[in-house]
Design a protein around this ligand. Structure first.
Ligand code: DGJ
Length: 518
């Protein structure tokens, strides 16, 4: 039987192993409700995904469907989804929509919703129960409510035991615990139970991690409310995840709704795994393998750099739609060896399947353009996923040897990358002075004077670094592809194409050979 998927290493060298081989997810996350109906999946979703050349799909498992009556489990949806994924030849990452989804507790079973005594709700400073979405009241169960956390942990453990017993093929490769955790609408829980806990001394693990002591306010001052919630959410997740891993130890991550202006906890989920709370989460939840950003903001690059800056492997379970996806994907792979890249609402890429109401997006702090669909989105994403898939070994080796870099238009007109023997001057802004496309790429040093570039939306000039006093002569430039790990050249670009190295809207793979002379 194949080995259980596992992660080895940290940072850009962290690797997910599936069937004993490195596995990088070139995927997409489904809309929230798609996986609640297997027929909808058959008719609307899988046909839309086929052109995209995905190797992984991120799909929810809903507590309300898994445990319709307390203690009675129904695995029909999970089994059906796994069977469909096997037939399609893709792996699955399952999202455990348990106690929390975008902060609120909308996916808890009806028997739990109807028992507010047992499933205690977060209360705001005015001692009113908290709910945040527009016209609907969406209560948020408090992570300090032990009974609720125990009930979630039992259901999650049942799911993991079922996967252990039925998924010998290892179709499910990772799990997301909950979804975008945190209190929305207040900085913290002010219920009676939370007030008592907030007045206590901070836990020893935090005192040791931060070198502070006293009550939460004494130790963390202005950050006390958010740190308090982060600790309690992370402890709740630790209870849930460790119960699941005791049954079946798949790698588990927790995803973050990013902090955005005005930067006040509660306007984004307070206590979630935002970057600044990683140390708190790590101290409280050792069974969590990594923290994943959901990136709908335009400064994709900064978010990647931040989330990958402390040894945390870069895993992007939700990203802006296909308009930006090609360039963003190349940057995440080239610069950070991303373990996963997945645009959200992936079934929309080949044409809109589900329209998300702009007002709902506003509630979630997502600009409608982040969900934009491109007419040729499926071709562009399928093309770049295919190209990267065919050169996985080359990319893996380049990361191990430190011979690969990513680049991405960050709003600046240009950027410079200095390799050992070659300087790249990259200009963004439409290759032929035409429309501006998403722009970025990756460069791999194959040898001292030999490069591979996979890029879109930019033009690149190559020169010898000034200090060498050398000049560069372009010996040869080819387009091509990898087949069975071997370079197969296409056209040799030795005519007009020689004078300017442009990369259009579609990701293009080119190989350059130079000679240096004085
Ligand atoms: C982020 C959430 O994690 C997703 O489940 C989804 O609600 C998107 N926002 C918005 O559609």
């Amino acid at each position: 039987m194949a080995h259980i998927p596992y992660i080895e290493g940290t940072g850009r060298l962290a690797t997910l192993y599936v069937d004993g081989r490195p596995f990088h997810i070139r995927g997409g996350e489904l809309h929230n409700s798609s996986a609640s109906d297997l027929r909808y999946m058959e008719e609307r979703v899988w046909p839309a995904l086929r052109p995209l050349r995905l190797n992984g799909v991120i799909a929810p498992v809903y507590w309300e469907c898994l445990e319709p009556e307390e203690g009675v489990f129904d695995f029909e949806l999970v089994d059906g989804l796994i069977a469909q994924a096997r037939r399609e030849g893709v792996k699955l990452v399952l999202l455990w929509f348990g106690l929390w989804k975008n902060g609120a507790s909308t996916y808890i079973p009806l028997w739990a919703k109807n028992d507010p005594e047992r499933f205690g709700i977060v209360r705001n400073a005015g001692d009113r129960p908290l709910g945040y979405m527009g016209g609907t009241w969406d209560p948020t169960v408090s992570p300090l409510c032990r009974d609720a956390v125990a009930a979630d942990a039992r259901a999650f453990a049942a799911l993991m035991a079922h996967l252990r017993d039925t998924d010998g093929e290892r179709t499910v490769v990772m799990i997301q615990a909950e979804n975008e955790i945190g209190v929305v609408g207040a900085a913290r829980d002010y219920s009676e139970r939370a007030e008592a806990a907030f007045a206590e001394e901070i836990p020893a693990a935090l005192a040791e991690t931060f070198g502070v002591h006293g009550t939460w306010s004494e130790a963390f001052g202005a950050d006390a409310a958010e740190t308090f919630m982060a600790w309690h959410y992370a402890r709740a997740v630790e209870t849930i995840v460790s119960a699941g891993k005791a049954e079946y130890p798949l790698p588990v991550y927790v995803n973050a709704w990013l902090e955005q202006a005005p930067g006040v906890p509660g306007t984004y989920p307070s206590g979630g795994p935002q970057f600044k709370m990683h140390r708190v989460w790590r101290a409280a939840a050792p069974h969590v393998d990594l923290y994943a950003p959901d990136i709908y903001v335009p400064n994709f690059r900064d978010v990647c750099d931040e989330y990958a800056s402390d040894g945390n492997p870069l895993f992007i379970p939700e990203a802006r739609g296909p308009v930006d996806a090609v360039a963003n994907f190349l940057y995440a792979v080239g610069e950070h060896n991303a373990m996963c890249f997945a645009p959200f609402g992936i079934e929309d890429v080949a044409g809109r399947a589900e329209e998300l109401d702009p007002q709902v997006l506003a509630q979630l702090n997502i600009s409608p353009e982040a969900m934009g669909v491109a007419a040729d989105g499926a071709r562009l994403l399928g093309g770049v996923y295919g190209a990267v898939g065919s050169m996985e070994d080359v990319i893996e080796k380049a990361h191990r040897e430190g011979k690969i870099h990513g680049f991405l238009d960050n709003g600046n007109a240009s950027e410079i990358i200095d390799l050992e023997n070659i300087r790249l001057r990259i200009s963004y802004g439409g290759p032929f002075g035409g429309a501006k496309h998403a722009a970025g790429g990756l460069v791999i040093e194959l040898g001292d004077y030999e490069l591979l570039v996979l890029a879109c939306g930019c033009a690149i000039e190559f020169e010898a670094p000034e200090h060498t006093g050398m000049k560069l002569d372009l010996l040869r430039k080819e387009e091509g592809r990898f087949e069975d790990g071997r370079w197969v050249r296409g056209r040799i670009l030795n005519g007009d194409e020689r004078y300017r190295n442009t990369f259009g809207k579609e990701a293009q793979l080119q190989r350059f050979m130079f000679r240096a002379y004085r």
